[in-house]
Design a protein around this ligand. Structure first.
Ligand code: ADP
Ligand code: ZN
Ligand code: MG
Length: 472
């Protein structure tokens, strides 16, 4: 039988606050185990949580970035369960009144609805030492502020899921909510998946695959689940609702535990934290401070600037890079030329040096001036690349570099004519060979002209003069 997968996501994103969500411990990645814990985030009885306003603000920004309604009123609840990485034996989360609801993101021409975004605290980490046969608890991550983004089961293909996760990761970065480093676990995806016979509209029973930490792993886990569940149904069996873990080495999923229901958690309103109220004025202020989202930039680049989709995609993939591009074309709107120089030459410099777009020593004004010099024929296209490299290394402005390196194209016809005459006189054999049909030697002759005229020679002018004189 042929089946259609039905998929919904729960995405956890760690927010970029300075401190944890309910205490003053630093919110950082890495470091020594249990170095950033206090009585509050390690769950000592009698300690009181205080909500980090920065975390509330970032969650609201996430809501705007993902086209949700950001609610004036939200509140915290306790979700009770025991696990060694959760010393309080309950997690503070938002259950009944999440901060954001009803979002939409369009991917692969499909609308994916976001049911809610809520704020919660992260749990700690267990470190398993197979050699000693023991497990240790590291509570550094306890109380790190998270948002959980819950979608409706609107996905039908792997492609849609992967593009969606990439889009969310990028938008959260643009909004300054999360660094979206999946490999470091700052963005983690749970995939809920069921299958139904083709043509049916009744959803099947789902399995939940926890904590996928790359777009590739998401794809492999979904493919594996589709075949596992299809096999069960084909044999007349039933899929059980459960939580499963994906094993990256084997490419398969294994059952972890049977799925718990909401009532198992005995949710109740968190008595130690007053509800969160954000006024319309505050919401307006947050909305106004939002940067343009990458999807809007993509639209602007492809529709208004006529950049190829692939180039536009490469530019928006990094906000600082895209900001730099925007600033440069605002000064000098040569959209394609600026894009070409950045995507090829500048990216090469960045890759070679390991630096990122935030670290550039030269300004968008410098880049705009460089492209203008090239467009105006003041320097050649090749010289523009050399100058960019020097700008990257020294931070000097392009005019100074062009002068220092003698790259200003000379449009002195007289000087070039003299050089061409000399080259023709000294290379009579090649000239004859060219005249008798050997086109290739023209390149050699051009090379000789440029050698004497220097890099500052205008190659087009030199070519015209050479062509004319040989054919005379
Ligand atoms: P619960 O309250 O049991 O956790 P939710 O309604 O909150 O269930 O859904 C959790 C996640 O599972 C959501 O991402 C949702 O889109 C997804 N989901 C719900 N039903 C199905 C289904 N039949 N198949 C696949 N995914 C589903
Ligand atoms: Zn703490
Ligand atoms: Mg749920």
């Amino acid at each position: 039988m042929r089946y259609v997968p039905v998929i919904g996501l729960e995405i956890h994103a760690e927010m970029l606050t300075n401190s944890k969500v309910f205490c003053g411990c630093a919110n950082e990645f890495g470091g020594a185990q249990n170095d950033r814990v206090c009585p509050r985030c390690s769950g000592m009885p009698g300690t009181l949580p205080v909500v980090n306003q920065g975390a509330v603000m970032l969650a609201a920004r996430a809501g705007f970035a993902l086209e949700c309604t950001v609610n004036n009123y939200s509140a915290f609840d306790r979700k009770n369960y025991f696990y060694p990485d959760l010393p309080k034996a309950y997690q503070i989360t938002q259950f009944q009144y999440p901060i954001c609801t009803n979002g939409h993101i369009r991917v692969c021409d499909t609308d994916i609805r976001i049911n809610r975004i809520h704020i919660e605290e992260d749990a700690g980490k267990l470190v398993h030492d197979d050699y000693e046969g023991i497990s240790m608890a590291d509570y550094n991550r306890c109380g790190v502020p998270l948002i959980e983004i819950v979608t409706e089961p609107d996905f039908r293909t792997v492609e849609q899921v992967q593009r969606f996760v990439e889009e969310i990761a990028l938008r959260l970065k643009y909004a300054g909510v999360c660094d979206s480093r999946m490999e470091q676990g700052s963005l983690r995806v749970d995939v809920n998946i069921s299958i139904m016979p083709e043509g049916s509209s009744e959803f099947g029973t789902r399995a939940e695959i926890k904590n996928l930490n790359s777009v590739k792993a998401i794809g492999r886990a979904i493919e594996y689940e589709i075949s596992r569940q299809s096999e069960i149904l084909d044999k007349g069996g039933t899929v059980v609702q459960e939580t499963r873990r994906f094993n990256d080495n084997h490419g398969d999923t294994k059952a972890l535990r049977s799925k718990e229901e909401a009532h198992d958690y005995r949710y109740f309103p968190e008595p130690d934290i007053p509800p969160v109220y954000i006024s319309d004025e505050e919401l307006d202020e947050i909305r106004r401070s939002m940067p343009e989202m990458p999807n809007m930039r993509f639209k602007r680049y492809t529709e208004e600037y006529s950049l190829p989709a692939e180039d536009a995609g490469l530019i928006i993939a990094n906000k600082a890079f895209s900001d730099f591009y925007d600033a440069a074309v605002k000064i000098y709107p040569s959209y394609k030329q600026v894009s070409n120089l950045m995507l090829v030459e500048l990216n090469r410099c960045l890759n070679d040096s390991g630096l990122s777009a935030e670290d550039l020593k030269f300004s968008p004004e410098n880049l705009a001036a460089l492209v203008k010099m090239s467009d105006d024929g003041v320097i050649s296209k090749n010289a523009a690349k050399d100058i960019l490299r020097t700008m990257f290394e020294s931070g000097k402005d392009p005019e100074t570099i062009a002068k220092e390196q003698n790259l200003i194209m000379s449009n002195d016809t007289g000087e070039l004519e003299a050089i061409v005459d000399k080259v023709i006189a000294e290379n009579q054999d090649s000239v004859e060979s060219y005249k008798s049909g050997n086109q290739k030697v023209f390149g050699f002759l051009m090379g000789q002209v440029i050698r004497f005229a220097g890099k500052g020679a205008n190659p087009k002018l030199a070519k015209d003069i050479l062509m004319k004189k040989i054919n005379d």
